[in-house]
Write a protein that binds this ligand. Sequence first.
Ligand code: ACO
Length: 399
Amino acid sequence: SIDLSTLTKQTGYTALDYGFVNTSATKSAITYIDGEKGVLRYRGYAIEDVAANSSFLEVAWLLIYGELPTPAELAAFDERVRRHTLLHEDLKRFFDSLPHNAHPMSVLSSAVSALSTYYGDSLDPHDPEQVEISTIRLLAKLPVIAAYAHKKSVGQAFLYPDNSLSFVDNFLRLNFGTMAEPYQVNPVLSTALERLLILHEDHEQNASTSTVRLVGSTEANMFASISAGINALSGPLHGGANESVLTMLGRIRDSGESVERFVERVKNKEDGIKLMGFGHRVYKSYDPRAKLVKESADAVLADLGISDPLLDIARELEQIALDDDYFKERRLYPNVDFYTGVIYKAMGFPTRMFTVLFAIGRLPGWIAHWREMNSDPQTKIGRPQQLYIGSAARDWPQR
Ligand code: ACO
C-alpha cells in the first residue's frame, strides 16, 4: 500500500476516490475482514467462534480492550455497566418534547447527543478516567434510551431498569414489560438477540464507524461522536437496510407480485429499486454474519412456533438471486441485514426499531474505534481533499 498523505505532500497529487473505495484512512487492530473469502474476525477470533461462545459484554470488552477478559474482569465490567443504567429523570422528560410518531433512530441519536449535557464531567478525550466512565455510561444507557424510544412510540410508560437481570434480559423487559404485570424473559429470544447483537458489534471502517472516527478526530466528546454514528447508521444503504428489507418483503406479499417479477424489476433498475439486504462494499462472497443470522432465523421461528410468509419470500428471493447472472456477475450476496428483520419481527419489535437494535449492537465497535483513534499518536483531524470543478475566478458584476 502507498502512504498517500506523504505522496501528496511530496508531489501535490491527490487521488479522487468517490466513496473511499480505495483509501485507508487509518491503521486498525480491531477487526479483520477478507471480503473475497467471507472471513470476519474480532481481534483475531473468527466470528463463528465468537458468536457461539461469548456474551455481548464479553465481546464488547474484547473489542475495546484488545484481549478476552478474565472471569473477574468480566464480572466487574458487567457489574459496573449494571450500576449505570438509570437515566436522569430530566432526561426522561426530554422524550416528552418529541412527537409520538418520531422515528426511534432520531429519538436515539438526539438523546445520546443530550447525554453530553448531563455528563460534563466526562467529556475530555485526553483524560483516561473520563473516557472510561463515558464508555460505561454509553454501554449502560443506550439500551435504556432505545427501549424508551420504543415505549414512547407505542404510548406505554417507561419502566425502571431491573439491574438483577442480564444486559439482554433487562433490555427485553424494558421493551416488552409493562407496569401492569411482571415480565417473564423467554430464553429463546434472549439467546437469539444476544447472538444478533454480537454479530453486529464491529465491522471495521463502515460508514457509521468512519463517521464516529471523523467526528472524534476533531476531539469532539464520545457522546457527540456516537450520536453522529447513529445518524450515519440510520440510512437505508447502511443500518437502515434491515428496516427496508422488511418493508420490501411486505410490499411483495401485499402486491401479489411474483418474486421472479420483482427480481426482474430490480435487474432492470426500475425506479432505481434494489434488492435490499443484498450486496456489500467489502464482501464479494457470502457475508459470514448472514449465514449465522439465517440459522438463527430458522431456529427462532421454529422455537416460537411461528411460520412467517415473509421468511418464505426472503428464502425464495435469495434462491432466485443466487442463481441469477445479474447478481452472480456483480457478486451480490445476502448481507447481515437480509434475515435480521424477520427475527426481530418474530420477537415482537416494530419495524422502526430494527435499526435501533443494530445501533445497540454496534456501540462497542464505535467505542473501540473512537478509543483506538484517540490513543493513536498519528491521528490527525480528518479532512478529505476535493477536486474543485467550479467556475474559475471571475469579477463581481457591476450592479
Ligand atoms: N440490488 C441490485 N443491484 C445492486 C445491489 C442491490 N442490492 N447492490 C449493488 N447493486 C448493483 C449496482 O446497481 C451496480 O450495478 P452496475 O454495475 O450495473 O451499475 C453494482 O451492483 C455495483 O454496486 P455498487 O453500488 O457500486 O456497490 P457499492 O459497494 O457502492 O454499494 C451497497 C454497496 C451500498 C451495500 C449496495 O450493495 C446496496 O445498496 N445494497 C442494498 C442496501 C443494503 O442492503 N445495505 C446494507 C449494507 S450492509 C450494512 O451496512 C450493514
